[in-house]
Design a protein around this ligand. Structure first.
Ligand code: NIG
Ligand code: FE
Length: 397
């Protein structure tokens, strides 16, 4: 199959750091040949059957490197409270927050159906690969059930799902923190690794949730099991989280709203990639966004993700996140697109397979109702995704 006459944002050339994040490696008026799910040829006047795309923009499928895909119910009631001035922290202290979702998730008997609904929302927004965390059970049985649902969804497709065991999300009731950390480290991590149900582990390092020492124990258990780490750090309070993630050799440090110069310097000296989640700042009606400009100036390969979850970030839309990154953090639309494609792929260890349009890579593609890549971040809430392909299979969003 050939897609003719497209404006390509290829993102070829590998992970982007610093100034290179502005380079989309554009090619105008080219044809793309897809054979057996992969990009076979890019050029002009390719011979064979094809479809004229009218000069529209074709990008790599978007990659969402931080989602909480499966959870029960929703927290629209908390949203109403926040609209009236209550804070996320006040709502959590009153028994809402993550605990409310733990209760609602425990009442669900079809986790796969919930995940399917959310995957459809993401597909409509151009997401072809996503990371998906457990974390809304906080019992071994429940965490395993969420990861099993990810394995089933991944097998069904169409999207590629990279599973993360978020074993330390909220301290479960009826068991103390240390006992739960031990259960996660001694039992859950080895079992999930053995069964291939998790590629990463994660913890919410925050006052009232889990401590840097808990994260260290998690890192050592993950290391022994051959899993890498992603960490929620410096979201609500500044606790040296970026430095912690860097020192533990985490693949990513996520959130980073409160991270300052020292944390950015620590990341710059490590291979830990910053994953920024501006929709969670916006939805919580907070004003302090991560300092994306300082991170890019420091040469970091910034990643953007939705943080899709029912509490702090109820959006499945990476184009919306890209808009926030531009409007609220001063990123350019091109930087935002690099952050949601090749950089996101690298944060998941998949940069050799996805994240750019290059010969040999999977044909995960989005055709946009636009010709200028800046339009993806520019239009807010417009249904710009015209067509999506995953491994060469066309899926109408
Ligand atoms: O990434 N920070 C911790 N976890 C989520 C919020 C979860 C929730 O409120 O349910 C986050 O923002
Ligand atoms: Fe999160």
């Amino acid at each position: 199959m050939i897609l003719r006459n497209v404006r390509l944002a290829t993102l070829a050339g590998g992970v982007r750091r610093g100034a290179a994040m502005n380079d989309l490696a554009l090619r105008d008026g080219v044809d793309v040949r897809i054979v057996e799910g992969r990009i076979a040829e890019i050029g002009t006047g390719l011979s064979g059957d094809g479809e004229d795309c009218g000069g529209r923009l074709l990008t790599p499928g978007l990659i969402d490197a931080h989602t909480h895909l499966i959870f029960g119910g929703c927290r629209a009631g908390e949203f109403v409270q926040r609209c009236q001035g209550a804070t996320y922290e006040q709502i959590a202290a009153a028994g809402g927050g993550i605990r409310s979702t733990l209760r609602q998730t425990s009442e669900c008997n079809d986790l796969v159906a919930i995940g399917r609904k959310h995957l459809d929302w993401m597909l409509a927004n151009g997401t072809t690969t996503l990371e998906a965390k457990s974390g809304y059970a906080m019992t071994s049985v429940g965490e395993i059930a969420i990861l099993e649902a990810y394995a089933e969804l991944s097998q069904q497709g169409p999207q590629r799902i990279v599973p993360t065991l978020l074993g330390l999300h909220a301290v479960p009731s009826g068991i103390d923190r240390a006992a739960w950390v031990e259960e996660v480290c001694d039992n859950l991590i080895p079992e999930m690794a053995r069964r291939g149900l998790a590629k990463y582990v994660d913890a919410f390092v925050e006052q009232g949730y889990f401590t840097p020492d808990d994260a260290r124990l998690l890192a050592s258990a993950a290391g022994q099991a051959g899993l890498r780490m992603r960490l929620h750090v410096d979201q609500l309070t500044s606790g040296g989280g970026a430095e912690l993630a860097a020192s533990l050799g985490a693949a990513t440090a996520d959130h980073l709203e409160q991270t300052g110069a020292a944390g950015i310097a620590a990341l710059a000296e490590s291979n830990t990639m910053p994953v920024l989640l501006p929709a969670s700042v916006y939805a919580l009606r907070k004003s302090k966004y991560p300092d994306a400009r300082a991170m890019i100036d420091a040469g970091l390969p910034v990643v953007l993700a939705t943080d899709f979850n029912p509490g702090s970030s109820p959006t499945p839309s990476l184009p919306f996140v890209m808009n926030l990154a531009c409007v609220m953090m001063g990123m350019s639309p091109a930087e935002a697109l690099s952050a949601c494609t090749i950089n996101a792929a690298a944060s998941l260890g998949l940069e050799s397979e996805i994240g750019s349009i290059e010969v040999g890579k999977y044909a995960d593609l989005v055709l946009w109702d636009a010709d200028d890549p800046a339009q993806i971040a520019y239009w807010i809430g417009a249904p710009l995704v015209r067509r999506v392909w995953i491994e060469g299979r066309v899926l109408r969003a």
